[in-house]
Design a protein around this ligand. Structure first.
Ligand SMILES: CC(C)(COP(=O)(O)OP(=O)(O)OC[C@H]1O[C@@H](n2cnc3c(N)ncnc32)[C@H](O)[C@@H]1OP(=O)(O)O)[C@@H](O)C(=O)NCCC(=O)NCCS
Length: 191
């Protein structure tokens, strides 16, 4: 049973994993983030990338997140091993999209299916609300049943499918678009 329990030092446990903690990832987690990203790039269609990222790519990624004030939320164990992370960022560049973000999350391959994705997505939503965003868009490879199920469990609604929009592992890939509307911000403004 994937039940989360919390003790008074903000540590929590899931499915046999104890003393876990939510953190905001800093660049010192770069190589652990790189490992998780690269496993997803090389072995899944979660990321529409062919080539593994490098520490330079991650450095630029961190700088952009910092500049745009988007958090990178991680889950670590007591030895500071990064078990997964999630974030969000600009959905589209035009300024009137300013209340919308696109999210992403990745759990280390050895720790999937234990409820960590669920915790990360909950944190993503909490942070997006705290930053007064209004809409979270998720662009999910159509074959990624786990991610679809996870997003639906938080009320993300299916918007539509873009067919054959990617090509990886020698086949066409469809993406499904999901969105969650938040109650924030209280007083949205133009400009
Ligand atoms: C998708 C991902 C983030 C989910 O995280 P996770 O920790 O494995 O998922 P959880 O254990 O929190 O489970 C989330 C939901 O998916 C279900 N699920 C988990 N593993 C599953 C599996 N192998 N098959 C079907 N459903 C599964 C869970 O039952 C749960 O649904 P519920 O809330 O209705 O019970 C993770 O598997 C991952 O990193 N995958 C590779 C990268 C990726 O796909 N990222 C998302 C890009 S959009």
């Amino acid at each position: 049973m994937k039940k989360k329990s919390i003790d008074h030092s903000n540590h929590f446990s899931v499915d046999g994993l104890h003393l876990l903690k939510i953190i905001t990832c800093t660049p010192e987690y770069s190589s652990q983030i790189l490992d998780i990203f690269n496993d997803a790039i090389l072995n899944t269609t979660a990321l529409y990338e062919y080539q593994p990222w490098t520490l330079d790519t991650i450095k630029t990624w961190f700088e952009l997140k910092k500049e745009q004030n988007f958090p990178i939320i991680g889950i670590v164990d007591v030895e500071n091993h990064l078990l997964g992370f999630g974030t969000y960022g600009v959905f589209r560049m035009r300024p009137a999209y300013k209340y919308t973000v696109e999210n992403s999350l990745y759990v280390h391959k050895d720790f999937r299916g234990k409820g960590l994705g669920k915790i990360l997505l909950g944190e993503i939503i909490k942070n997006a609300k705290a930053q007064h965003f209004h809409c979270i868009v998720s662009v999910i490879d159509a074959s990624n049943g786990t991610s679809v199920r996870l997003h639906k469990s938080y009320g993300f609604g299916f918007i539509g499918r873009i067919k054959q929009v990617g090509f990886k592992f020698n086949r066409w890939l469809d993406v499904d678009l999901y969105q969650l509307i938040l109650s924030t911000p209280e007083h949205p403004v133009d400009g």
